[in-house]
Design a protein around this ligand. Structure first.
Ligand code: GDP
Ligand code: MG
Length: 374
């Protein structure tokens, strides 16, 4: 049943062929969403169909039900929904971009969800509107998100000024990437001015999140002595802020020491953002201590990078990179889903592995198959 030659991370039903269905433009005012085709991601129960205008207006008025529904369309892999979602995005694009996009990473248990709850509530109380999203590539395996869990964000999830969306499940990292970025745009159009994106600091997900946010924060813990060396230098080089969490009780002193140590070593690392010296701070997400200081630093970051133009430059290059990474993802999907490629790949692989054919020749042959008409 499985095609063994497909890389592990490309699921069989991965986002297929959406490019053929997008960008046909907005066709009139009515979108026919009430058609008989079921919208698979929706929970059971009767659903009213909304016109494109109603959805766009609803988003701009921050109607949370409509916003959630638009996100569901964005998260769907069905070509029909993708087309619909693109029509919505097309219309709301002028209202996007006006937020501070913040990524938060760290090992499981570091306190990311608790921190987001604390920072999110703090910001809501200051009059901000906060959207919380999650990137969790493992959710395609577990079938559900382990991030952005509302149980850790009980207070925030009850706050009308906050909007929490667990990570989309299923699909490739490329698919999750698209869905999260597009969800972020919808939230911005709905008036959320701070976007918090939680992700686990393993694998590639933190690189993906770094590529879609303005500011990237790494949550760490004290304790393990080898943490500093063992700490993937790569992740630290993505971070604009390093937050030593759980600085409370017996741990407070150790957290201060760790913070100083981090502040010492960040000088030896490549800075994540041009013109910004990565800083380490402590906090207790649980007891909501140090959150104000962290927000102050986040605002400093925004001010500095906007003044220097680095902020705008990064946004521009991020969106450009998005185009190319999407093209690559799409080509890859198309290649591995091509019937002729699928047919010959197992044999070709075998020949190469057994030394009966050189790699370059084999790949050239596969591309000849791919370029044949389906
Ligand atoms: N003492 C203390 N515990 C915390 C703090 N932040 C989080 N925790 C606890 O650490 C555990 C993991 O937190 P969680 O937010 O789910 O971590 P995540 O996996 O990084 O999202 C939970 O039991 C939290 O209550 C903190 O600042 N101090
Ligand atoms: Mg969490």
């Amino acid at each position: 049943m499985e095609n063994k030659n497909r890389p592990e991370w490309v699921p069989e039903n991965a986002d297929k062929g959406f490019a053929t269905n997008i960008m046909r433009g907005v066709e009139g005012g009515h979108d026919g969403m009430e058609s008989s085709q079921p919208i698979t991601n929706f929970r059971a129960g009767a659903r009213k169909g909304y016109s494109l205008d109603e959805i766009v207006d609803g988003i701009l008025k921050n109607d949370r039900v409509i916003l959630a529904r638009a996100i569901t369309l964005v998260e769907s892999n069905a070509p029909k929904h993708i087309e619909k979602a693109q029509q919505i995005l097309n219309r709301i694009l002028p209202y996007t971009g006006n937020s501070l996009r913040i990524g938060i990473t760290g090992v499981p248990g570091a306190g990311k969800s608790t921190f987001i709850e604390a920072l999110g509530s703090f910001l809501c109380n200051k009059g901000h509107r906060v959207a919380v999203l999650a990137v969790d590539p493992s959710s395609s395996i577990t079938g559900g998100s382990i991030l952005g869990d509302k149980t850790r964000m009980e207070k925030l999830s009850r706050d009308k000024r906050a909007f929490i969306r667990p990570s989309p499940s299923g699909g490739t990292l490329g698919g999750v990437n698209r869905k999260t970025r597009e969800t972020m745009l919808l939230c911005e159009a709905a008036g959320y001015d701070v976007i918090l994106i939680e992700t686990i600091g393993v694998g590639q997900s933190e690189v993906v999140v770094r590529s879609m946010v303005d500011l990237f924060a790494l949550l760490v813990l004290t304790g393990a002595g080898d943490e500093l060396q063992g700490m993937k230098k790569g992740v630290m080089e993505l971070a604009d802020l390093i937050i030593v969490n759980k600085a409370d009780g017996d741990n407070e002193q150790k957290a201060m020491v760790a913070k100083d140590e981090y502040n010492r070593i960040v000088h030896y690392l490549r800075p994540a953002t041009e013109g910004w010296q990565t800083k380490a701070l402590t906090c207790s997400a649980y007891y909501e201590k140090g959150i104000d200081r962290i927000w102050e630093e986040m605002q400093n970051f925004e001010k500095n990078t906007k003044a220097s133009g680095v902020f705008q430059k990064r946004r521009a290059s991020q969106i450009k990179d998005w185009i190319y990474s999407m093209i690559k993802d799409e080509l890859e999907q198309k290649f591995f889903n091509h019937p002729q490629v699928k047919k010959v790949l197992p044999e070709i692989e075998k020949e190469v592995v057994e030394g009966r054919q050189p790699v370059t020749q084999a790949v050239q042959y596969l591309f000849e198959q791919y370029e044949k008409r389906e």
